[in-house]
Design a protein around this ligand. Structure first.
Ligand SMILES: Cc1cc2nc3c(=O)[nH]c(=O)nc-3n(C[C@H](O)[C@H](O)[C@H](O)COP(=O)(O)O)c2cc1C
Length: 178
């Protein structure tokens, strides 16, 4: 009886999304907008969620202008900051990677995340928030850093509209088959 129950459970899991298909939403968010979108994606996909944070919690100044200066310096130099932790990626087939748009590209901590984790063989789906630049080069730069991955079309959401974007996110997730 136990064996039959286990076999049935396995079959249900397989029909629900592949034998071991697991999805992660990994994101960095300085002021909460990208986090809002990440949580909507998690809700729509039943994914695990992982917040990328800097090893030094005070790495970016609280004030906007000084933070843009630090961010610009590190984007120009390619010296992205250390991050506090990375998840065990081996269990995931699909990874949504989220970032605010900073100076047209991904935020430094997301750059660090992608250069310190193994994304090969996974499907990477970029998303970002912004205040006018749209995706900028965020999605293409994420794709460039994950050359051994498959990619699906990403989405860009205006940060100030993040909290009213659930329908847009649900429709996009459906459209890309996740
Ligand atoms: C350092 C920095 C650079 C930014 N550069 C851009 C930019 O180039 N284009 C843009 O549209 N918005 C830019 N923004 C605005 C953010 O992308 C936007 O507010 C985003 O929603 C913030 O996401 P978060 O709340 O998850 O941190 C920048 C913000 C910061 C702090």
């Amino acid at each position: 009886m136990k064996k039959i129950t286990l076999a049935l459970f396995g079959l249900v899991a397989m029909l629900a999304g592949g034998a071991d298909a697991k999805t992660l939403v990994a994101y960095y968010s300085r002021s909460g907008n990208t986090q809002t979108i990440a949580e909507m994606i998690r809700d729509a996909t039943s994914a695990d969620i992982f917040e990328i944070t800097t090893a030094d919690a005070n790495h970016y100044p609280d004030e906007y202008r000084p933070a843009t200066v630090v961010a610009k310096e590190e984007i120009e130099s390619g010296n992205s900051p250390a991050i506090a932790a990375t998840p065990d990626m081996s269990q995931y087939d699909t990874v949504f990677v989220g970032s605010p748009c900073w100076w047209g590209t991904m935020a430094g901590p997301v750059h660090t995340f992608l250069t310190t984790t193994d994304m090969s063989g996974k499907t990477v789906v970029p998303f970002n928030t912004h205040e006018g630049s749209g995706a900028g080069s965020v999605h293409t730069d994420i794709e460039k850093l994950t050359p051994q991955s498959a990619h699906k079309n990403g989405i860009a959401i205006r940060g100030s509209e993040a909290s009213s974007s659930r329908d847009t996110i649900n429709a996009w997730v459906k459209e890309i088959g996740e």
